[in-house]
Design a protein. Structure first.
Length: 84
């Protein structure tokens, strides 16, 4: 199942998450800090989405109340909700 999310209050413009059940199969992020987002994407592939959410949720970017990792956690939550 593939879910597309539009992040808010961050540099990235679109996140596409592919799940196999609750396992993250692929993550594609458009915009933002390319190297960091590629690294985050590669680290979470193969991980259970709930574990990734626990690790990424609540991370801030400077003075912003959110970050690309935090927005990815939101995208994963929404993808899991849609999969139910």
């Amino acid at each position: 199942m593939t879910y597309t999310y539009t992040p808010h209050n961050v540099c990235s413009q679109r996140m596409q998450v592919e799940l196999d059940g609750t396992t993250i199969k692929d993550v594609q992020i458009l915009g933002g800090c390319n190297g960091n987002l590629q690294g985050i994407s590669r680290l979470v592939v193969g991980m259970d989405a709930r574990e990734a959410i626990d690790r990424l949720e609540g991370i801030h970017c400077g003075p912003r109340p959110t970050s690309c990792p935090d927005q990815l956690a939101i995208a994963l939550k929404k993808a899991l909700e849609q999969a139910e």
